[in-house]
Ligand binder design. Structure first.
Ligand SMILES: Cc1cc2nc3c(=O)[nH]c(=O)nc-3n(C[C@H](O)[C@H](O)[C@H](O)COP(=O)(O)OP(=O)(O)OC[C@H]3O[C@@H](n4cnc5c(N)ncnc54)[C@H](O)[C@@H]3O)c2cc1C
Ligand code: FES
Length: 338
């Protein structure tokens, strides 16, 4: 039996099996609801249940009694819901592929860059900012942002932070050799730069902490490949300068492309550091008295994203629909300190 999902105050209606979650059913019907982890961890997909009955595992820590994580919610009756946002979108074409390891290099004390190659002739079109899922032997998944440009979609570059005790980053990754295989599914994600016609030149602020730089690299490489000149200001936060693991590449971009500005932000700066210190969101706040015409893209630690969403909308006039974020939450619900 298929139940009906109606979106409050719209004429949007789609079907959803009791075995299917509302996010998947919306996607299949051509409707995009914001999401990130798809595992009930990050709360990006939270919406309200207006009427009807949903089976919602793990409702702990929700803001209100009607709040539901739509990536886990399965209908038990016809329902009316109110997601934070819903947009018409062609259903994504995802591919599951067996990739091979091309290169693995440790670029900072806790960060490895992993380059994977797809089978010959296979490509996975994606938009800069999206991510893939690594499929582990037991079928569980780990999400990693694609750091390569969308123009090079026969490969995947991943920037992996080492999580102590992490199944993938602390165990599997450390043993991967040239030509070993890694199962992936791609692409996923609602985190990518909007280029609506009326917004094409709205300046962009990219805010990253740690390996949150990965999707920002893809966005900038895409900008370069498409010869765009929309102003971009990249803020990249880490504890120390050595943790900003691709500073030389960022330096080569800023020397070459006048539309790109870069501000490193250190939380444990060495003596003599003359740049920005503290939290990335505070650096943005101190540089920009008004951000009402900007689009913001934030990626990395949940703390930075929550802090930025709150401070930039409240204090700097950022329109919430122009604030886009992917929180690098842990697949098992533990805080990932990126
Ligand atoms: C959309 C998205 C994109 C992401 N992109 C990136 C990226 O580009 N780069 C990146 O570095 N990260 C990224 N992440 C975060 C990454 O997917 C998670 O940190 C992931 O959990 C790491 O997998 P792991 O197997 O190494 O660690 P896991 O096995 O998932 O463990 C993660 C942490 O939880 C702890 N832990 C394990 N089991 C338990 C348990 N049962 N109870 C409590 N704690 C436990 C571990 O000790 C470890 O510290 C992204 C996350 C999302 C949602
Ligand atoms: S996408 Fe639903 S909780 Fe993360």
């Amino acid at each position: 039996m298929t139940f009906t999902v109606t979106i409050r105050d719209t004429d949007i209606v789609f079907g959803c099996d009791p075995t299917q979650n509302v996010l998947d059913a919306a996607e299949t019907a051509g409707w995009a609801i914001p999401y990130s982890c798809r595992k009930g961890v990050c709360d990006t997909c939270v919406g309200s249940l207006v009427t009807g009955d949903l089976d919602v595992p793990g409702r702990g820590n929700m803001c209100g009694p009607e709040d539901v994580r739509l990536c886990c919610a399965r209908p038990k009756s016809d329902v009316v819901i109110a997601p934070k946002r819903i947009e018409q979108r062609t259903p994504p074409v995802r591919k599951r592929l067996t990739t091979t390891v091309y290169r693995r290099r440790q670029v900072a004390p806790g960060v490895t860059i992993l380059d994977l190659r797809y089978p010959i002739g296979r490509r996975t079109p994606f938009r800069a900012g999206q991510f893939l899922n690594i499929i582990l032997d037991d079928g569980d998944t780990r999400s990693y942002s694609l750091a390569n440009s969308p123009q090079h979609n026969d490969l995947a570059q991943l920037h992996v932070r080492h999580e102590p005790g992490g199944v993938f980053s602390a165990r599997i990754l450390q043993q991967l050799e040239f030509h070993d295989t890694v199962e992936i599914e791609a692409p996923f994600g609602e985190f990518f730069v909007e280029d609506a016609a009326d917004d094409t030149n709205a300046p962009i602020i990219l805010m990253a902490t740690g390996t949150g730089f990965a999707p920002m690299q893809s966005i900038i490489l895409d900008h370069i490949a498409r010869r765009l000149s929309r102003p971009i200001h990249l803020y990249w936060g880490a504890r120390t300068l050595g943790d900003l693991y691709l500073l030389d590449i960022v330096g080569s971009w800023t020397r070459r492309y006048p539309w790109l500005r870069f501000t490193p932000v250190l939380s444990r700066a060495h003596p003599g550091w003359e740049g920005m210190t503290g939290h990335v969101q505070n650096a943005v706040i101190s540089d920009y008295p008004n951000l009402s015409t900007h689009q913001i893209y934030a990626c990395g630690s949940e703390a930075m994203i929550n802090g930025a969403a709150d401070a930039l909308t409240r204090e700097r006039g950022v329109d919430p629909v122009r604030f886009h974020a992917d929180a690098f939450v842990s697949a098992v619900g533990a805080p990932a300190a990126v």
